[in-house]
Design a protein around this ligand. Structure first.
Ligand code: MRU
Length: 356
């Protein structure tokens, strides 16, 4: 995988993921290196795309959706097929491979399917199909930024000057193309002139909270206090935190699937009468599947067994370790769902949200 040291002077400056026309590659910030290093990596093959997703170089539901879309466009650009059927076959195989990398965030498969579908429906020759695929992926990336701005605007109304808002994992610009969902709401409130302080959970074991959320907010000069995951209850009980906002990887009729630890935070928030908000685009809603049908990604034991790049031992070598990446928060623990279509209060009905 070729790497670029920084984004300055590049047309994708500031974006988490984009397409580079100069060499037909997918470019993205390598989030595993944050906050120590801000480096752009360049994926030119489907195996590089899959490696980047599997190792969380690119992560966060909306960013994964756009990555899936660019991945299919990349497979079209690289395919040597000279017939419509041959190209569809190559794109479908690539799409299925990408979808298998991380199963919980529905946005990944939606991004793949969106580009495949339009290419099949509107493509009449391979050259034109390649261009349709790329245009659709680029359109999706643009839309992501617009949707996040709308989510931000809608959600900012829920925040008051002086609020102290807890967030978990990273639902910021690094989880999207730009702006963010949960952090987008905070950014929009700050842009409206409100003083908001954020409490960011570290988010063990991969520390998206300390490495990415704290980094994003610190860079934007939005006051942020980093805490360990287990300190959240203390700061809720002592009255420091008065709101919680998180993102989502998938929303069914009855639950919000998000980073492991979200459910515990929702129970704590309920106990302390603290509003618990979820900010996510409508594309995260999976109204068809029951909770039992949604796969929870189980990640490597080594993410807990070892600490840091030096792989210092954090647990006995032979001990059993369980590492689910996501959990389910029941809808009854959610005070409101913030989407681009508006803010929805209980009873939260998916059909109503989808229709806007
Ligand atoms: O494992 P990750 O880092 O991909 O998990 C990300 C999250 O859980 C986010 O909260 C979620 O994708 C929403 S991002 C806007």
């Amino acid at each position: 995988m070729k790497t670029d040291k920084n984004l300055s002077g590049n047309s994708f400056a500031g974006r988490t993921i984009d397409w580079d026309d100069s060499d037909s590659s997918v470019v993205m910030v390598d989030q595993t290196l944050l906050p120590a290093e801000y480096k752009i990596i360049r994926c030119k093959t489907i195996s590089e795309i899959c490696e980047a997703i599997l190792n969380l170089r690119i992560r966060g539901a909306p960013a994964l959706g756009v990555c899936g879309a660019f991945g299919v466009a990349l497979s079209a650009a690289r395919s040597s097929a000279d017939t419509v059927e041959g190209l569809i076959k190559d794109m479908t195989v690539a799409g299925e491979t990408i979808k298998k990398t991380r199963p919980t965030a529905i946005n990944l498969s939606r991004g793949v399917d969106r580009v495949l579908l339009i290419s099949e429906e509107e493509g009449y020759d391979p050259k034109q199909m390649r261009s349709i695929a790329l245009l659709e992926a680029k359109k999706m990336a643009e839309e992501d930024v617009e949707l996040n701005k709308k989510i931000g605007k809608n959600g900012a109304k829920l925040l008051k000057d002086g609020d102290v808002v807890l967030t978990h994992c990273n639902a910021g610009k690094m989880a999207c193309v730009d702006w963010g969902t949960a952090l987008g709401v905070i950014r929009s409130a700050v842009a409206d002139g409100k003083k908001i302080t954020v409490v960011a959970c570290e988010t063990r074991p991969l520390n998206q909270g300390s490495r990415i959320t704290a980094w994003e907010l610190f860079n934007d000069k939005i006051p942020v206090h980093l805490i360990t995951d287990s300190a959240a209850g203390f700061f809720m009980a002592t009255g420091t935190i008065n709101k919680v906002i998180v993102g989502a990887d998938r929303i069914t009729q009855s639950s919000v699937f998000n980073k492991i630890g979200t459910y515990s935070l929702s129970v704590l928030a309920k106990e302390h009468n603290i509003p618990f908000y979820v900010a996510a685009p409508v594309s995260t809603i999976d109204a068809e599947n029951f909770d039992e049908a949604v796969p929870i990604e189980m990640r490597s034991e080594d993410e807990i067994r070892y600490i840091g790049k030096a792989k210092e031992l954090n647990a006995p070598l032979g001990v059993s370790i369980k590492n689910p990446a996501f959990d389910l928060t029941p809808m009854e623990n959610i005070s409101a769902l913030i989407t681009e279509n508006g803010v929805f209060y209980p009873p939260i009905l998916m059909d109503e949200i989808i229709l806007g």
